[in-house]
Design a protein around this ligand. Structure first.
Ligand code: URA
Length: 177
């Protein structure tokens, strides 16, 4: 279903398990995972601090795109994970994950954008690491987009502190709604 820190404020949501992930029952442990882990490290995020999952929980045969019925079937599990982990920040990796919280627009236009999604949560759209591995221009954009995360994490911490005082602080001031 996913893996990582259950007490985290930040959740990454990819597409679906690939060959390695299927074998090991852990998300993002293949080449894309290595690229993702490196991008996190470059902005000071240790992978052990975050939770990582996918929109579909079973490997689509031959790595094909998830089908609409598969996305629908897995949606309640993803909703359950979000409700249980209750992250402040959801980072969507790739267009299938982006579509859940950004129903309109292409990833080439939306990547790097932040959106308030209710419950004191934001979603941030990012390219899929596999797409970044295929396209050097997207790799540059992918790493650039990651640079907004430390600021959002800092804001999320302040939002938690405000909540403890009974106040509300919006995490993303430049958010699109
Ligand atoms: N690609 C994904 O979308 N998810 C994984 O877990 C691995 C590769």
């Amino acid at each position: 279903p996913g893996g990582g820190n259950l007490n985290t404020g930040i959740m990454f949501v990819g597409e679906g398990p690939g060959f390695e992930e299927d074998k090991q029952s852990r998300p993002f442990v293949g080449r894309s995972g290595q690229f993702l882990t490196n991008a996190m490290q470059k902005v000071g995020i240790d992978r052990s601090q975050v939770y990582i999952t996918n929109v579909v929980k079973c490997r689509p045969p031959d790595n094909r795109d998830p089908l609409p019925g598969e996305l629908t079937a897995c949606n309640e599990y993803l909703d359950g994970q979000v409700a249980l982990i209750n992250p402040r920040i959801i980072v969507t990796l790739g267009r299938f994950s982006m579509r859940k919280w950004f129903p309109e627009g292409s990833i080439t236009r939306l990547h790097g954008q932040v959106k308030n999604i209710g419950h004191g949560r934001i979603a941030v759209a990012m390219f899929h690491p596999a797409a970044a591995l295929r396209n050097p221009q997207w790799a540059v954009e992918f790493e650039k987009d990651f640079q907004i995360l430390p600021r959002l994490i800092e804001r999320a911490k302040r939002a938690n502190e405000a909540a403890a005082r009974g106040e509300t602080l919006v995490i993303a001031d430049a958010a699109t709604d």
